[in-house]
Design a protein around this ligand. Structure first.
Ligand code: CO
Length: 299
């Protein structure tokens, strides 16, 4: 990474921090998820960043990948995970926090466990920097979460390396221990422990309305071509949602999206649900390891 790229990364982090503080202030029980998502995304643009992916607002047993539809009436409640990202020229700060909207002791415990697990994982990386053993991060997260009676980390969700326009750039940062001795190396990494009272795995739920271009090839319909060219210009290879496209094209884009998905031009993400449908909390920060330093860019 060169100096110019590092500047972009730090700027994305700074905007993320401001947007998180704003989101924490405005979110109240019974507010529509649609309004929350739009306010977060508008704030990102106001601060001269771009949303790196649609704001995820996932309640209770939905661990991730719930973004409101354009006509969504769902209201904020329960254990709400707010996961959003800011990018500058594709360089992304990815972060998440969880709030308890029903004053529940169980929710508080889940939130504390994921926050502490992240804090400990970050301390480990700050100590060892690029030499940090990735499985040690998983071990640290797992031990912290399991130290809270009845809680377990979600084993099949993990942190990830980030590169320009690539949110999951190849390296996986585990949330549980494993036998690998690989070091993390330099780069940009999202660390995101999930805690749950359930079995500790997620399964695919219903389709999310979150898409990504996976295969940029010709499509038959003229509207499909127009939409695809807009997607590639606006979002590149980053995820986007039908809600964003409807603003530009109206609901007629839904048929085109379906066709692009059938033609394998787009991939649509499924919601991720805890297998035993137990509650899930998540906390996430992005850390830059570079030049002998490890900096949390969004705190
Ligand atoms: Co992430």
């Amino acid at each position: 990474m060169n100096k110019n790229e590092i500047e972009k990364i730090l700027k994305a982090g700074k905007i993320t921090k401001e947007v998180r503080e704003y989101a924490r202030k405005i979110i109240k029980p019974n507010m529509q998820l649609l309004e929350i998502a739009e306010k977060i995304e508008d704030k990102i643009k106001e601060l001269e960043g771009k949303p790196a992916f649609p704001t995820n607002l996932s309640i209770d047993e939905i661990a991730a990948h719930n973004t409101p539809n354009y006509d969504d009436k769902t209201k904020a409640r329960g254990l709400l995970k707010v996961d959003f990202g800011v990018h500058i020229d594709g360089w992304t700060a990815d972060n998440a926090f969880t709030i308890d909207l029903e004053k529940s002791q169980e929710n508080k415990k889940l939130i504390t466990a994921s926050e502490k697990a992240l804090e400990k994982a970050i301390n480990l990386i700050k100590q060892n920097k690029d030499k940090t053993i990735m499985s040690e991060i998983g071990k640290t997260i797992q031990e912290e979460i399991e130290s809270h009676t009845g809680l377990t980390p979600i084993a099949n969700l993990s942190g990830h390396s980030i590169e320009a326009y690539d949110l999951h750039a190849g390296k996986t940062i585990p949330n549980v221990t494993n036998s690998s001795t690989s070091q993390i190396g330099e780069g940009l990494f999202a660390i995101e422990p999930f805690s749950t009272t359930g079995n500790g795995r997620v399964k695919d739920g219903r389709q999310s309305g979150i898409y990504q271009v996976v295969n940029q090839k010709n499509t038959r319909s003229p509207l499909g071509r127009e939409i695809l060219s807009f997607i590639v210009d606006e979002y590149g290879t980053l995820p986007f949602c039908s809600r964003w496209l409807i603003k530009k094209f109206g609901t007629r884009c839904l048929i085109a999206l379906k066709q692009l998905e059938q033609e394998n031009v787009l991939h649509q993400y499924a919601q991720l649900i805890e297998v035993s449908e137990a509650k899930v909390a998540q906390t996430e920060h992005t850390i830059l390891i570079h030049d002998g330093k490890a900096i949390v860019i969004d705190e």
